[in-house]
Design a protein around this ligand. Structure first.
Ligand code: BDP
Length: 696
């Protein structure tokens, strides 16, 4: 009888849930009553009480109380159905330093769920996994451990509280009021990250200010580090290469100058005195005007290895490969590879090279970066953008799990061998270090990410950093169940919508492998006509090369030959326009408007129809969402409906402006049945957005 009553209560709560307004603050950690509420443990039992175990106990208590609908207690011994946290007496090799096992059993005549780990942080990860299992209806015993060592968010946050390419409000870090301010939100940030396995955070923008390395700012960073430590999250800083000049009064920042080396060593010691587990430095050098070793005729490894020496074995250096030289090469696609590949094997053991997923710049679709598979002697991190600078800011729904999965699964054919996916390169089986970085989409907005569905991108990044071979679809399913409801009438259509969503954005922004078509500076909206910027490779016209005859960037032998930077077997996938995946077509080939695509249509028609489809699919997303109303609380339902409205309107704008522009080049009529752009090309060109967010 009691069971029936429990089940009924749980059901009532479940059904009632949509009635309560939710603002998204709780993310995927909402802990609303589940149908299995009556089967859940009544107590949390743990022996040790380190801050990390305390955090695990508190999370289990909070989570189980919410999920079961009644208060769960904390106990020393098992005298009720319990979840029991235990550090292994002898380490279990399968779990490593951060893994965990979850096993069902019995103790003192009571049903128990045992969470085992070799470390306290493993117990915390196990606690979050167990809560996730309850919310997603998983019951099997599990053993799991991360496949990547460094799972990091990169905040492009400025000291004045703005966020470069941030669309979710201001920076979470209140540098002005730190170190006194201890915002409880910092703990919630750490909980959310720990729940998906993120174990590090770079606090400041890669376009770094030297001031971040001064004593007052280190004291502020130390408070954040203290807050995050129980959750297994280490703090890192972006380091400005010229800091020895700006802060140290030196004449040079030459990495081979002994005074410069001594300055960095002393700086590292100062940091470790304040933050004993400081993670290390992230460096953007000799890129987009940032200082670096090349200013002194030195190499990337000279710079990276100097910083590695200063940190010693206390931390790592993440040296970014997003570089392009002051002198414009024939193809920006080739630059990072040309600069870094010759230096494979020359970096110190604590240096990782951090490579964007593609060779240009986080475009809606990019082939994988040719450095993956080309530097087998160097640990390569992949850097993804979670914030959607090039995919519609926070107002377009684009599930990036599907994007990351596509990049991670690409085969690099490292050493000429099949099966060396980007994921495998990143997992770094031949290296002591491995890492994945995601440019954060988090800010002071109440829902953290600017819109509810953008939370899924933070979530998916963390889950894929834990296991780069994970499935984007499964991750979306987990997220949707936890963030909204496990009701399949919601989960099935919403996951389908999420999985399609990034293709839709690529269709209305950059179809058929086009890229870098956005407007200048703020990167908001279409600007395929832009041809007036300081460097040729900043201009969209450089990338699409459309004229009366055709369109596309020839990266084969007849063109820039960037294709040759890939392993010959990887090249095959893109070498022949007739057999390749046409979603990459114009990335690699310049083709006549009359080129016949796989559909049998001419390239011009195919291009226009793809734009048109993208805009229509954006409207369809709105329609699907409208049918989800019964399953979602009113506040989040409306908020999402409003962003989808913006998206549908802007998708049409991208479609119309792009078709108008490319038609001015091709001079061809639109395929039958396709509506003409609403306004003239001049109208679209005349739009300006001086106050678009994220551009600082
Ligand atoms: C570009 C962004 C710029 C960043 C740069 C980078 O527009 O704001 O500073 O990437 O990654 O995509 O360094």
């Amino acid at each position: 009888m009691r069971r029936v009553i429990h089940a009924l209560c749980a059901l009532v709560c479940l059904l009632a849930a949509p009635a309560f307004a939710e603002d998204g603050y709780d993310l995927w950690l909402r802990y609303k009553p589940v149908a299995s509420a009556h089967t859940l443990p009544r107590a949390v039992v743990a022996q040790a009480h380190s801050p990390t175990v305390k955090a695990a106990v508190a999370e289990l208590q909070r989570g189980l109380s919410g999920l079961s609908g009644h208060k769960v207690s904390v106990a020393r011994n098992v005298s009720a159905p319990s979840v029991v946290l235990t550090r292994n007496a002898t380490p279990d090799a399968a779990l490593g330093r951060e893994g965990y096992a979850i096993r069902k059993g019995r103790q003192n005549g009571q049903p128990v769920v045992r969470i085992h780990a070799n470390s306290d942080i493993g117990l915390l990860y196990g606690a979050f996994a167990y809560l996730r299992h309850i919310q997603t209806g998983t019951t099997a015993d599990t053993t799991d451990a991360p496949k990547v060592r460094l799972r990091l968010l990169n905040h492009w946050d400025n000291l004045d509280g703005t966020v470069e390419r941030g669309y979710a409000g201001a920076s979470l870090w209140d540098w002005w009021r730190l170190p006194d301010l201890k915002d409880p939100r910092y703990t919630d940030y750490a909980r959310a990250n720990a729940s998906i396995g993120i174990n590090g955070t770079v606090l400041n923008n890669v376009n770094a200010k030297a001031a971040s390395l001064t004593a007052p700012y280190l004291d502020k960073a130390a408070v954040l580090a203290d807050t995050f430590r129980p959750y297994g999250i280490r703090v890192y800083l972006s380091a400005r290469f010229s800091a020895p000049i700006e802060l140290g009064g030196l004449k040079t920042a030459d990495p081979l100058d002994p005074a410069v080396r001594a300055w960095w060593k002393a700086k590292a010691d100062e940091i470790y005195a304040k933050i004993p587990d400081f993670g290390g430095f992230l460096v953007k050098a000799n890129s987009e005007g940032q200082p670096g070793p090349q200013d002194y005729g030195r190499t990337h490894e000279d710079g990276a290895n100097m910083l590695a020496e200063a940190l010693g074995d206390r931390g790592v250096v993440m040296w970014r490969a997003f570089v392009y030289k002051a002198e414009v090469a024939d193809d920006r696609h080739k630059q990072a590879y040309s600069e870094f590949k010759p230096h494979d094997g020359k970096f110190a053991p604590t240096v990782l090279v951090q490579v964007k997923n593609g060779a240009i710049d986080f475009q809606p679709r990019e082939p994988f970066h040719p450095l993956f598979g080309a530097m087998p002697k160097t640990p390569l991190m992949v850097e993804f953008q979670i914030t959607k600078e090039y995919l519609g800011f926070a107002t377009h729904l684009a599930y990036l799990g599907q994007y990351y999965e596509e990049a991670l699964r690409a085969d690099t054919f490292q050493n000429g061998q099949k099966g060396w996916s980007v994921a495998r390169v990143v997992e770094g089986e031949d290296h002591a270090l491995s890492g994945m970085a995601g440019v954060a989409n988090i800010g002071t907005d109440r829902n953290w990410s600017g819109s509810h569905f953008d939370q899924a991108n933070w979530y998916a990044f963390g889950r894929l950093a834990w296991n780069p071979q994970g499935s984007a679809r499964n991750i979306a399913t987990e997220w949707a169940k936890m963030t909204f409801t496990p009701d399949p009438r919601f989960v099935t259509p919403v996951v389908a919508l999420m999985m399609r969503s990034r293709e839709t954005v690529a269709d209305y922004m950059t179809p058929l492998g086009l890229h870098h078509l956005m407007d200048t500076g703020h990167h908001y909206g279409p600007g395929p006509w832009v041809d007036n910027l300081g460097r040729p490779d900043w201009n969209p016209v450089y990338y699409h090369k459309a004229d009366a005859n055709g369109i596309g960037f020839d990266r084969t032998k007849t063109g820039s030959d960037a294709l040759s930077q890939y392993d010959p077997q990887a090249q095959k996938a893109w070498a022949d326009p007739k057999t390749m995946d046409e979603r990459y077509l114009l990335w690699f080939h310049h083709l006549s408007w009359d080129y016949r695509t796989r559909s049998g249509r001419l390239l011009w028609d195919e291009l226009v129809l793809t734009y048109d489809k993208g805009a229509k699919d954006a409207v369809a997303m709105q329609q699907t969402w409208a049918t989800m109303k019964p399953y979602v609380d009113a506040e989040r339902f409306e908020a999402i409906a409003s962003t989808l409205r913006i998206q549908a309107r802007e998708a049409k704008w991208w479609r119309d402006a792009s078709i108008a522009y490319f038609q001015s080049k091709s001079g061809r009529p639109l395929p039958a049945g396709v509506a003409a752009p609403e306004k003239s090309l001049d109208y679209y060109k005349s739009l300006t957005f001086p106050y678009a967010p994220g551009h600082h």
